[in-house]
Ligand binder design. Structure first.
Ligand SMILES: NC(=O)c1ccc[n+]([C@@H]2O[C@H](COP(=O)([O-])OP(=O)(O)OC[C@H]3O[C@@H](n4cnc5c(N)ncnc54)[C@H](OP(=O)(O)O)[C@@H]3O)[C@@H](O)[C@H]2O)c1
Length: 367
């Protein structure tokens, strides 16, 4: 991307949008950005915490992905259509337990609205769409960096709504690129976690011994990536001419970790904590999805309400463990210039960080 660019960024208060925007502004002193935010106060606190001096080059505009026309003021919309040279759409509802209607409203219809705006931004060179590797849903095996279809179905409405958003992006009659990160685990440099997600929550449940079973085989792969890899990759490739109309997996791919290795490392580390050891927490039993589903259903229907609510929350995420897949990263590796770091190189550091911080994330400048 050349200097003097004017970006329109959604999701700038979030993990990915904030991290990407910060890196672009640092790398290109002549660039500036509009951030579309729905909550002025949240933006103010993000701005102070994550952007420091860079904030002078950011203009917040009020907008909402769920509103027709994005709820943008008429004059703001005109300014954006005249000035914006590139759109980075990282805003989304990332909660796995939403209804399909709720997830679609933000993720699918919000993307439709952003595409409509990008279309009339006369100077815009590309629509940069942040998707998820889990648009693959229930599909197993090798997942390619393209539209793999919808026949396999999805584990939750988030995955489906993000798949539907990708379909809209691919239909655009202007330039686009789709990035599909897998689960963002931590920062590769020190294992620090700046956003707790479903994977961390599930891990905590097993740490506390609250779920006796896990639906997976020891050799199945679990893919995750680091926030620094994802942010670097997006900044590097977003406006690269070679990435035009490409879909790429920002995933560990062949550097993912097997469930067996992941659990060995986790239980070994937990075992170094005398308090945890004293509790006598049993290692989770690996089982097939049907057995796990029966177990979870019986707890949800007849068990302790607290356990029922925990297993119910896991149900939006945990079936993915049983749907073993490997994300192809050929396109991403070629464009980024290197693969994502192997999960085994930071997995223990991440767990150590979570244990040291009592499973809370750290708040710091966008990675
Ligand atoms: N984090 C991951 O592990 C991960 C993995 C794969 C893919 N992704 C993808 O990466 C993108 C960014 O994810 P993230 O982790 O950065 O998400 P996040 O931290 O949850 O942030 C979501 C962002 O979207 C904004 N947003 C939500 N609803 C909105 C609405 N109605 N109107 C305007 N803005 C709205 C939020 O603004 P508020 O501050 O107002 O809530 C926030 O800035 C998403 O597309 C997600 O699917 C993330």
């Amino acid at each position: 991307m050349s200097d003097n660019n004017v970006l329109l960024v959604t999701g700038a208060t979030g993990l990915v949008g904030g991290g990407v925007l910060r890196r672009i502004l640092e790398a290109e002193p002549g660039s500036r950005a509009y951030v579309m935010v729905r909550d002025e106060l949240r933006w103010r606190s993000t701005e102070q915490r994550a952007f420091g001096n860079l904030a002078s080059r950011i203009t917040p505009v009020h907008g909402d992905l769920t509103v027709r026309g994005l709820g943008l003021d008429y004059n703001v919309r005109r300014r954006l259509t005249r000035e914006v040279t590139g759109v980075i759409h990282a805003g989304a509802d990332t909660c796995f337990s939403r209804s399909l209607a709720e997830a679609r409203l933000v993720n699918t219809e919000g993307t439709r609205e952003m595409l409509a705006l990008a279309r009339v931004c006369g100077r815009s060179r590309r629509f940069v769409h942040v998707s998820t590797a889990y648009v693959a849903g229930r599909r197993c095996g090798l997942i390619e960096e393209r539209d793999n279809g919808s026949s396999a179905g999805w584990v939750n409405a988030y995955e489906r709504s993000k798949y539907e958003a990708e379909v809209l992006v691919r239909k655009a009659d202007f330039d686009w690129v789709i990035f599909r990160p897998s689960t963002i685990a931590c920062d590769s440099r020190d294992g620090s976690v700046s956003q707790i997600n479903g994977m961390h929550r599930a891990l905590r449940i097993y740490h506390r011994g609250l779920a006796a079973m896990m639906p997976a085989k020891p050799g199945d792969l679990l893919d995750m990536v680091t926030s620094d890899y994802v942010n670097d990759a997006i900044v590097r490739v977003a406006f690269d001419p070679r990435a035009s109309r490409q879909t790429m997996h920002l995933c560990a791919g062949s550097n993912a970790i097997t469930i067996g290795d992941l659990l060995d490392a986790a239980y070994e580390l937990w075992g170094t904590d005398p308090v945890w050891k004293k509790k006598g927490v049993e290692r989770a039993i690996l089982t097939d999805l049907d057995t796990y589903t029966l177990f979870a259903r019986s707890v949800i229907e007849t068990g302790d309400p607290r356990l029922a609510s925990i297993l119910s929350s896991l149900s939006h995420f945990i079936p993915q463990l049983a749907l073993s897949k490997q994300f192809d990263t050929t396109v991403a590796d070629a464009l980024v210039g290197h693969p994502a770091p192997a999960v085994a190189t930071y997995w223990k550091a991440m767990i150590t960080h979570l244990m040291a911080n009592n499973w809370r994330c750290v708040t710091r400048a966008a990675a």
